[in-house]
Design a binder for this molecule. Structure first.
Ligand code: DC
Length: 220
């Protein structure tokens, strides 16, 4: 079975997806981490971030894997490096490149082949897994998403203000919504869950209930 979790930054997708996968004993595919990994290696190799064909070739050539909650590129643990602000910035043009998205789509489908998977990103239900068993679009108000990210950044020791987080989030949202491919929008058949007033546990409960209901429907 496949459950897709899409939505904007700060909606609580990653923590919910990770917890849900652990609870079900399923694989977890963090597709944002995959785009980040390509951006990291592109910077390391001095590849221009506007070289779509070069980036796509790179995405095909490197081996991205997930193991024990870590992100590996050609066997190297890059989990921490891909979360820096520098990589967050560099990931945007990488994720905007249609040829890279195409390579990622193929890779994500190969990764999920024959497995039970929780996959998380922007386009998983709409583009990559249009036949997923359960599609969820997690969202929250801009203020709540910024508050969460600000708390997270503070806990990592970053010195930012809520206003700065809100402003950079608005730029990212606009970019995600307006790009020609991989646009952030719920699949027509996605269930939209608004997480403003829900704890992480409550979100995971709802997701697990949707998977259960789907399994039950499959047995009938
Ligand atoms: O979810 P995240 O912040 O780790 O995502 C990193 C970047 O990759 C962000 O710019 C959105 C983009 N992304 C995407 O375009 N498509 C996906 N399926 C996942 C992430």
């Amino acid at each position: 079975m496949i459950i897709t979790l899409d939505g904007p930054a700060g909606a609580g997708k990653s923590s919910a997806a990770r917890a849900l996968a652990a609870r079900l004993g399923w694989c977890y595919i963090d597709t944002g981490a995959m785009y980040r990994a390509v951006a990291l290696v592109a910077l390391e190799r001095g590849l221009p971030l506007d070289d779509d064909a070069g980036l796509a070739a790179l995405a095909e050539a490197i081996r991205i894997a997930f193991a024990d909650g870590r992100v590996l590129v050609d066997g190297r643990d890059v989990s921490a490096e891909i979360r820096t602000e520098r990589i967050t910035q560099a990931t945007r043009p990488v994720a905007d490149a249609p040829a890279v998205r195409d390579a990622m789509k193929r890779l994500q489908r190969r990764m999920a082949d024959g497995l039970d998977v929780v996959t998380e990103g922007r386009d998983q239900g709409s583009v990559v897994f249009p036949h997923a068993d359960v599609k969820v679009f997690l969202t929250a108000s801009a203020e709540e998403r910024a508050r969460r990210r600000h708390r997270e950044e503070e806990s990592r020791g970053c010195d930012t203000t809520l206003a700065a987080v809100l402003a950079s989030q608005a730029r990212r949202d606009e970019g995600d919504r307006s790009r020609p491919v991989g646009r952030l929008e719920p699949a027509a058949d996605a269930i939209v869950i608004e997480t403003d007033s829900l704890s992480r546990e409550e979100v995971v409960e709802r997701l697990a209930a949707l998977v259960e209901a789907r399994r039950g429907a499959g047995r009938r």
